[in-house]
Design a binder for this molecule. Structure first.
Ligand SMILES: O=C(O)C1=C[C@@H](OP(=O)(O)O)[C@@H](O)[C@H](O)C1
Ligand SMILES: C=C(OP(=O)(O)O)C(=O)O
Length: 422
């Protein structure tokens, strides 16, 4: 049986979930730190890091470009760069890791030679044209025939212009990618947003913070313009905080079962955007009638499944760019919810309406949840299985993208399954 054919049925525990589970390291911060450490000259020690598909793709791509990376334990990368990335012999295969794909596309401009950035069939549908256009404006030769990967970057090791405008409506990762690459050039670069529209701005803040930690000088000269100095990066030791998006499943499992899960980290201590969702989760079963997901996008699947059990219906807004994530998440959520009960999740334009019903808890409503190979769809619908009998997650192994131990952690809290845990 191939992984994609696997199934896992969650057996509602019938008791509050209690215990201690620490979320893994942040995917977003790990992949920023790996890249910046790889661009630096010298050895950086990254601790508290995430080891998962997305970070493995990033680490392996850097190795293919001449960076030495060792992994002394489950949460540490020791990265030694030469200050220069080399042309890889083969295309870089980055699976469905958006961060690795977008960040390395821009960083490839710093390579003197050709880099092909590619991913799996899902990544080959995720848009990258705005980043390609911006890199061309910076004097880099880039081809992406379909507007999605594969992307061929023929860099000269530098940028040929000192300002660029980027349309980040589809993904903030384009901005982060340009910011991180820009410090590796030989002149200051101004990066300007084409419009006000941008996904969670908090991800840009994460990028700027990581750049500062690795010695770069980047300043925000206006709400939509950043200036990056050509400092390059300095190797450093860097502690990566736990993943806020992973934490959302544990917070939701706690309130949904009336339990007490010790994450070992306070919700207020995260610097990642998804931590904002804690305020909404803590209000369960009285979540707000309207939730704007635009500044906590990766938490929306968690919130939407939790909302199914809320006292009153919830409308989710600000979801346009959820349609170009690992899958069309608005569609996957409406499909999965309405598979549990017709009409439970409805799309209205890009909004998602969840027809909440606390009486769902305790019912038997057999539903095979199509995860569309999306880790967040798998992890969020597992929450429904804590309360409803018969929830089966298809392709449960897809959680390996960012949270390989997810099913083991639920088991450690006393959740039983039918089917083998991947
Ligand atoms: O910069 C980052 O680390 C991320 C930015 C967000 O993507 P978009 O900017 O594409 O919305 C988020 O969904 C993704 O999981 C991680
Ligand atoms: C959107 C996500 O990932 P990425 O864009 O990094 O592939 C995510 O992890 O929810």
């Amino acid at each position: 049986m191939s992984n994609a054919d696997q199934k896992l049925t969650i057996l509602p525990p019938g008791h509050p979930l209690e215990g201690r589970v620490s979320p893994p390291g942040s995917k977003s911060i790990t992949n920023r730190a790996l890249l910046l450490a790889g661009l630096a000259k010298g050895t950086s020690r990254l601790t508290g890091a995430l080891k998962s598909d997305d970070t493995r793709y990033m680490a392996d791509a850097l190795r293919a470009m001449g960076v030495t990376i060792s992994e002394p334990d489950d949460t540490t990368f020791v990265v030694t760069g030469t200050g220069k990335l080399l042309p890889p012999e083969k295309p870089l295969f980055l699976g469905n890791a958006g961060t690795a794909t977008r960040f390395l596309t821009a960083a490839a401009a710093l390579v003197d030679g050709t880099v092909v950035v590619d991913g799996d069939q899902h990544m080959r549908k995720r848009p990258i044209a705005p980043l390609v256009t911006a890199l061309r404006a910076l004097g880099v030769t880039v081809e992406a025939e379909t507007g999605c990967p594969p992307v061929t970057v023929s860099g000269s090791g530098d940028f040929g212009a000192d300002r660029v405008t980027i349309d980040a409506g589809l993904s903030s990762q384009y901005v982060s990618a340009l910011l991180m690459a820009a410090a590796g050039g030989t002149r200051p670069v101004n990066i300007e947003l084409a419009g006000e529209e941008i996904g969670a701005r908090g991800y840009i803040d994460l990028t700027v913070a990581a750049m500062h930690a690795f010695g770069a000088e980047v300043s925000q000269v206006s709400p939509s313009i950043w200036q990056v100095a050509p400092t390059g990066y300095r190797a450093t030791d860097y502690v990566i905080e736990p993943d806020a998006s992973a934490a959302t499943y544990l917070w939701a499992a706690e309130v949904l079962t009336g339990g007490s899960i010790d994450l070992g980290v306070a919700a207020t201590s995260f610097s990642q955007p998804d931590a904002k969702s804690y305020e909404v989760i803590a209000r369960f079963p009285h979540m707000p009638a309207i939730i704007d997901g635009s500044q906590m996008q990766d938490a929306v699947p968690t919130l939407a499944v939790l909302a199914a059990f809320n006292e009153t219906p919830v409308r989710f807004t600000g979801l346009a760019n959820l349609r170009v994530k690992e899958c069309d998440r608005v569609r996957a959520l409406s499909t999965g919810l309405s598979n549990i009960r017709p009409g439970l999740g409805i799309e209205e334009g890009d909004d998602l309406l969840v027809a909440s019903d606390p009486k769902l808890a305790g019912q038997t409503l057999p539903a095979d949840i199509d995860t569309f190979a999306d880790h967040r769809i798998a992890m969020s619908f597992a929450l429904a299985g804590l309360k409803i009998n018969g929830i089966t997650i298809l392709d449960p192994g897809c959680v390996a993208k960012t949270y390989p131990r997810y099913w083991d952690e639920l088991a450690s809290l006393g959740v039983d399954f039918e089917g083998d845990r991947p």
